[in-house]
Design a protein around this ligand. Structure first.
Ligand code: DGL
Length: 281
């Protein structure tokens, strides 16, 4: 059997994609990973499609320069707007929207599915398309919850403040006869607020996190192409575009590791303001 020791590249705007990295590591401990958090340009979810695509291209190019064997876009916003553009790369590129949509279709009985996500993901209609391609009669309610990204990046994930914010965003769709019976955490930052979201939604309803579904897809892809790694324990390299100390502080508890600033590499992945967004004067 062939093996490929090269790492898998993963990117997100910040710490959210670590929820996907966590699922990937749990499923494939023998694999090595290179994670990029584009913290200098966070959040992605309030940006235009052109800007998100430009950021996604630069993040993918930075990972390709690390000789990765596959790329996981651990960001719904970048998956919704950038997946198609990145599929011309010479390695497999996987997003999080389709696996999340498939998991929701499986979990929902009524076909009434709520997707909590960023503004840009909501605007893209990517979840509606992915869910309806599997379940044409589904009724999809998409709700942009941008403040939850900031709360996750602040480490405010539990207690009355995040619960009040979640209630403000989704209170109006709860406890009705035609309420959704399944909630997709359609932003990779949101699993970090799972407890607060569950406290508002109630214990009966499934909260779908695409991490495990993505990990299953990546594993299947590597097995298919004979490019899994051998051995027992792979490595994790963490990179950010700004604020390594802050990132280390937040990432440690998510990954269950003690991280210091020196464990996080700072990289420059391109112009902070893309020429496509501000035309030359
Ligand atoms: N975690 C990302 C997502 O899944 C991006 C959040 C943001 O930067 O706005 O959409």
């Amino acid at each position: 059997m062939r093996h490929d020791p090269r790492p898998i590249g993963i990117f997100d705007s910040g710490v959210g994609g670590l929820t996907v990295l966590r699922a990937l590591r749990a499923r494939m401990p023998q694999e090595s990973f290179v994670y990029l958090g584009d913290t200098a340009r966070l959040p992605y979810g309030t940006k235009s499609p052109e800007t998100i695509q430009a950021y996604a291209r630069q993040a993918a190019a930075a990972l390709m320069s690390r000789n990765v064997k596959a790329i996981v876009i651990a960001c719904n916003t970048a998956s919704a707007h950038g997946l198609a553009a990145l599929q011309c790369l010479p390695v497999p590129v996987m997003g999080v929207v389709e696996p999340g949509a498939a998991a929701a279709c499986e979990a929902s009985r009524s076909g009434r599915i709520a997707v909590l996500c960023t503004e840009a993901t909501a605007r893209s209609l990517a979840y509606e398309a992915a869910i309806r391609s599997i379940r044409p009669g589904a009724r999809v309610t998409t709700i942009a919850c941008p403040l939850l990204v900031a709360m996750a990046e602040e480490g405010w994930t539990d207690g009355p403040v995040p619960e009040a914010v979640v209630r403000r965003y989704i209170g109006h769709i709860l406890h009705k006869s035609d309420s959704p019976d399944c909630f997709v955490l359609g932003c990779t930052h949101f699993p970090l607020l799972r407890r607060a979201i569950a406290a508002v939604v109630g214990p009966a309803w499934p909260l779908i996190d695409s991490g495990d579904a993505v990990a299953r897809c990546v594993e299947a892809q590597l097995i298919d192409t004979g490019s899994s790694a051998a051995g027992r324990q792979g490595t994790v390299t963490l990179m950010v575009t700004d604020g390594p100390d802050r990132f280390a502080r937040l990432a440690g508890p998510i990954l269950g590791a003690r991280l210091r600033e020196r464990d996080v590499e700072v990289v420059d992945i391109g112009e902070v303001v893309d020429a496509a967004v501000i035309p030359a004067a």
